[in-house]
Design a protein around this ligand. Structure first.
Ligand code: SF4
Length: 419
């Protein structure tokens, strides 16, 4: 085949194809736990899933399940069922997808979930997580534990910070007592160390894959990262995803060494802020028609979580609870605006980004609040072109494809003029 006839992009990394198996194993482990009468827990993203694995409780993440529904074009139906129950059009579409999926008793492969032994939430990312699990825990009549994580703002001083760390640590110790009461399982400190080491290795491997994306051309596209993200928050602490990420890294490194990019002709390097549109991942392939590739996504990077220089491997293993508290307080997604702008500027320089796409996610306040200020600062202070996209991660009714294409077309004209 001549170069002209070749597709613009290369296929996903071979290693990424193994993701289906890994995630399949995760869902099988959930089914197995039910068969064996083992304790299970719903967990929101941002909670220390590692503690669940340590105490032999099988986690399930309804957010992950909601994306499964969206990818199969089932989320709209589930969301409408939730709205029929009275939940507002403007509420989080992950939450409503879960409400509808539970109401329909959907199978796990369609994004359904099972009644857990207990629920674990946290407001580390958003208060919806807490209210969502409160609603479902009350409906399902299961116990619910929530971890309150204070947010750091630009004026938080060291004394407050130290107090917050202690406050979160105390709750994590309480959580272990709670798990013991509801499952009879006790903390095994040696197992905790192993799980913590695995979690650290998984997170740092993901960062190394991201570091490879700094190369021109970029060896890894969103075809690898949007799906590749899931083990980070469903299976962190286990060995299996580490092997997968090592394979992804090796393959991406080979591409870098051979000067091969995920896109054959890389013209524009973009960053994407926000949650992807799980029901329309084709959107991201469309960018290729302009020669554009996304080289960095805050969302997928944030879940690598070990981005805090205070948290070393040694600390993770020797003081896992303190390390966990520190990580929860410094999660990428809850940075105050000032830090967020600073981090963005650093990212744009390091990943050599030409422009930023900002997803103004209509059903997610944490994602959307501050987005226009972020855009203004990036454009005015650092001359970084930005485009706001009004959409939603799980509700296809909120995507206007024609309008989006027109906006993108103008954005790429702008980028072309700057080249
Ligand atoms: S999408 Fe936004 S509002 Fe919904 S659970 Fe996630 S962070 Fe919270």
């Amino acid at each position: 085949m001549s170069t002209e006839e070749e597709p613009k992009r290369r296929k996903v990394l071979d290693a990424t194809l193994g993701l289906k198996n890994i995630m399949g194993r995760h869902f099988l482990a959930i089914e197995q736990a039910y068969r064996d009468g083992k304790p299970t827990a719903w967990a929101t993203s941002g909670t220390p899933v590692e503690l669940l694995y340590t105490m032999d409780v099988q986690p399930m993440l309804p957010e992950n399940s909601a994306t499964v529904s969206a990818a199969q074009h089932l989320s709209k139906n589930f969301i409408e069922i939730a709205e029929e129950q009275g939940f507002s059009y403007d509420l989080c579409s992950y939450f409503k997808t879960n409400i509808g999926a539970v109401a329909e008793n959907a199978e796990m492969i369609k994004g359904g979930t099972r009644k857990p032994t207990f629920m674990l939430s946290s407001d580390v990312i958003c208060d919806t997580h807490v209210d969502w699990f409160q609603t479902q825990a009350e409906r399902m009549k299961v116990p619910h534990f929530t971890i309150d994580v204070p947010h750091i703002v630009s004026n938080t001083n060291q004394r407050q910070y130290e107090y917050y760390k202690k406050y979160v640590s105390e709750q994590l110790w309480e959580l272990m007592d709670f798990i013991e009461v509801h499952t009879g399982h006790k903390l095994d400190i040696e197992k905790a160390k192993k799980v913590a080491r695995n979690s650290y290795e998984l997170g740092t491997l993901w960062q190394e894959i991201f570091d490879l994306r700094k190369n021109i051309p970029c060896p890894v596209s969103t075809r690898d990262t949007f799906g590749g993200l899931f083990p980070l928050f469903t299976m962190t602490g286990l060995k299996a995803p580490i092997r997968l990420y090592k394979r992804m890294y090796r393959e991406a490194k080979e591409r870098v060494d051979d000067g091969i990019g995920a896109l054959r002709e890389e013209k524009y390097r973009l960053a994407f802020e926000g949650i992807p549109f799980w029901y329309n991942l084709k959107f991201f392939s469309k960018l290729e028609q302009w020669g554009a590739i996304i080289v960095y996504e805050t969302y997928t990077y944030a879940f690598s979580k070990y981005v805090n220089p205070n948290v070393t491997e040694q600390m993770v293993i020797s003081k896992p609870i303190e390390a966990m508290s520190e990580l929860m307080l410094k999660f990428w997604y809850i940075y105050d605006l000032q830090t967020r702008i600073k981090k963005y500027k650093e990212m744009v320089d390091e990943w050599k980004v030409d422009g930023v796409l900002l997803h103004n996610n209509m059903s997610c306040r944490p994602n959307s609040c501050g987005l226009y200020d972020l855009k203004r600062h990036l454009q005015e202070d650092y001359d970084i072109p930005c485009l706001i996209i009004d959409c939603d991660m799980n509700d296809p009714r909120k995507m206007n494809e024609t309008q989006l294409e027109n906006k993108l077309s103008s954005f790429f004209e702008l980028l072309e003029q700057r080249k």
